[in-house]
Design a binder for this molecule. Structure first.
Ligand code: AGP
Length: 622
């Protein structure tokens, strides 16, 4: 996630801005920048890629940038690679040179969020003579504010509200106008932003840690509100430009708690960020109600010509592939093989003409997945990367790239990135099915609507977390846990098992329910926990009977199924229900209780949830 800071007051702004950005580093970023103005002089803009210390060095720890009003930004790239040109702040005019002054700009700004309709807005501004220097949606929104500011000769607040009505997506904006020295204007929708005030100084930030050192008096600006910030004062406006009141609150959190947004661990915070991760990833692939893979570079002719798909990945990303195979085969009718990247790279797998190799990777740096990508390319296959980190190695080396928009994931155990990959693969399957005539237009619309409804349904599943917390206390001393399912339920079982073992250190295995009787059922003994994933209607009875076989050998049972399917409740010890949705997409819901169960079990065992032993967030070694 990007980080925003702002300061206006009696002190030199740059050192305060750098300090604030350093307290937002945990949010993940790949470049940073400052814009500072000295009195009524135009803003000076300085930007740098990489870690924050590069920017600090470039500005002599801020001393080289004079002025008492400024904004700063750490960028997590979503639109445009992590370069100096794409780093924020962005200006309404042209940058004199990469990473330097604001030149003739009337508006300078920073942004956290995703402007979904930035392409159409950019075309509009190009028609009105604007010239663009970057690939970012942020430069578009800064220039759009400037456009309204000049066209209607209105004040900054009105120019911003006009812009807010016009853009679609999420944003937290901090803007400086040349004609209004010493003031910062802010606006937000769905992205976090707070405004703090102290004696003769005011502060803006994406998150509380950036300003706790200076003040605990904070305004939580609401969605679709605008703020006019001057030293020691903030005035708020609604979308109509009418002044409105925002309560001033006292922050009681300490900095560590604030980084996790009040959650105890990053993992729990990221579990709760899944609705947004799914929403943002899906919205990035849907334009005007249709899935548009243009940005990924996957043309319809290519989709029609496919003879087979190989998915290569590791860990949870491989589990996404295991789910995607069912959806792609069922909807698009394309044969899919899912391979562990660490195995695929050593095999001599023939690559038939028309094979698409999809490499799924959150980090885009996993050594085995990168090796698999290179082997696929050597074999002449077309390659598509599904990754979460813009500009990562796998993203750069694949022929085509589809980015997920989960934002940076701090916890080693993936949750929101897994869910973002899942929805991306679902969208890919639906679009492939449409192009290849596997579904009707009506089915296409229905499937799109079902995917769009998932974020709210994930929120509903999260409301059940206390029950999972209670059940985790019952299994805290378990030695073996088995997760079973068929089809998509088996794919979900794989992820549930990995979540459990990697953070609670309890041995667990995921099994295709029909395979249990071929040996492993001999491990079932009195008190062994067997968790059955039961969301696929046609397979429900069969998996239930496998669970009963385990129960007859002493197992305790937990079932996960869909609302209204009460048939299993009397036969198991604990049941979790998830909202109904098209069965292709149920994994996005069924995985959440399993994430929570693993999380709470780890917490109950007093373990380091975010940094489990022996594990790294990205396995860049073989
Ligand atoms: C999952 O919780 C683990 N963090 C791990 O299995 C991870 O999914 C795997 O290492 C793949 O990482 P990648 O998605 O960054 O390639």
């Amino acid at each position: 996630m990007c980080g925003i800071v702002g300061y206006t007051g009696r002190d030199q702004a740059a050192p305060i801005l750098l300090d604030g950005l350093s307290r937002l580093e945990y949010r993940g970023y790949d470049s940073a920048g400052l814009a500072v103005r000295d009195g009524s002089a135009p803003a000076e803009v300085v930007k740098a890629t990489g870690k924050l210390f590069h920017l600090a060095d470039k500005t002599d720890q801020g001393r080289a940038l004079r002025g008492q009003c400024g904004i700063g930004h750490t960028r997590w790239a979503t639109h445009g690679d992590p370069t100096v040109i794409n780093a924020h702040p962005h200006v309404s005019g042209n940058l004199a040179a990469p990473g330097s002054g604001a030149g003739d700009s009337d508006v300078v700004g920073v942004h956290n969020g995703i402007i979904e309709n930035f392409t159409e807005l950019k075309e509009k501004l190009l028609r009105h003579g604007y010239v663009f220097y970057s690939d970012t949606d942020t430069e578009v929104v800064v220039k759009l504010v400037d456009y309204y500011y000049k066209k209607y000769r209105i004040g900054p607040v009105d120019a911003i509200t006009r812009t807010m009505v016009r853009v679609r997506g999420s944003y937290a904006l901090a803007l400086m106008f040349r004609d209004f020295p010493g003031e910062i204007f802010a606006a937000r929708k769905d992205s976090p932003l707070i405004i703090g005030t102290a004696e003769d100084a005011s502060y803006l930030a994406s998150d509380v840690p950036a300003i706790l050192k200076y003040t605990r008096s904070v305004y939580y600006i609401d969605n679709l509100q605008v703020a006019r910030v001057s030293p020691g004062q903030a005035v708020f406006f609604d979308l109509n430009g009418d002044e409105t009141a925002v309560p001033l609150t006292e922050v009681t959190w300490d900095a560590a708690a604030a980084e996790k947004d009040g959650f105890e661990h990053f993992m729990l915070k990221e579990i709760h960020e899944q609705p947004a991760a799914v929403r943002d990833t899906l919205n990035s692939l849907v334009k005007d109600g249709r899935i548009d893979l243009g940005a990924a570079g996957l043309a319809e002719d290519t989709i029609r010509s496919l003879t087979g798909i190989v998915i290569a990945a590791c860990g949870s990303a491989w589990h996404v592939g295991m789910a995607a195979q069912y959806v792609i085969e069922d909807l698009a009718g394309i044969p899919v093989r899912v391979e562990l990247a660490s195995e695929f790279r050593y095999r001599s797998m023939p690559m038939a003409a028309g094979t698409l190799v999809i490499v799924i990777s959150q980090s885009g740096e996993t050594a085995d997945s990168l090796a698999a990508l290179r082997v696929a390319k050597e074999r002449g296959a077309l390659t598509l990367a599904v990754v979460n980190v813009v500009g990562s190695t796998i993203a750069r080396e694949a022929d085509l790239v589809l980015y997920t928009l989960a934002g940076p994931e701090i916890a080693v155990a993936t949750t929101k990135a897994y869910s973002a990959q899942l929805i991306a693969m679902d969208a890919l399957a639906v679009e492939m099915a449409r192009v290849r005539g596997g579904i009707t237009g009506e089915q296409y619309d229905h499937l799109l609507a079902e995917m769009a409804a998932l974020p709210d349904k994930i929120r509903r599943v999260l409301e059940d977390k206390e029950r999972l917390q209670w059940f985790s206390s019952k299994i805290v001393n378990a030695h073996d846990i088995f997760f079973i399912g068929r089809g998509l339920d088996y794919a979900v079982s794989l992820e549930g098992s990995l979540k459990m073992k990697e953070i609670s250190y309890i041995h667990s295995e995921a099994y295709a329910a029909g395979e249990l009787k071929h040996g492993t059922i001999s491990l079932i003994e009195q008190g062994t926990l067997v968790i059955g994933v039961l969301t696929q209607g046609k397979l429900f009875e069969k998996t239930v009977s496998n669970m009963m076989e385990c129960k007859s050998r002493g197992a305790n049972l937990m079932g996960i199924t869909v609302n209204g399917n009460f048939a299993v409740e009397d036969s198991v010890n604990f049941t979790v229900y998830v909202p109904r949705t098209d069965e292709h997409f149920v994994p996005s819901l069924a995985v959440v209780p399993l994430q929570l169960l693993g999380y709470y079990t780890s917490v109950s065992r007093g373990l380091d949830v975010d940094k489990p032993r022996n594990l790294a967030k990205s396995v860049t070694v073989e």
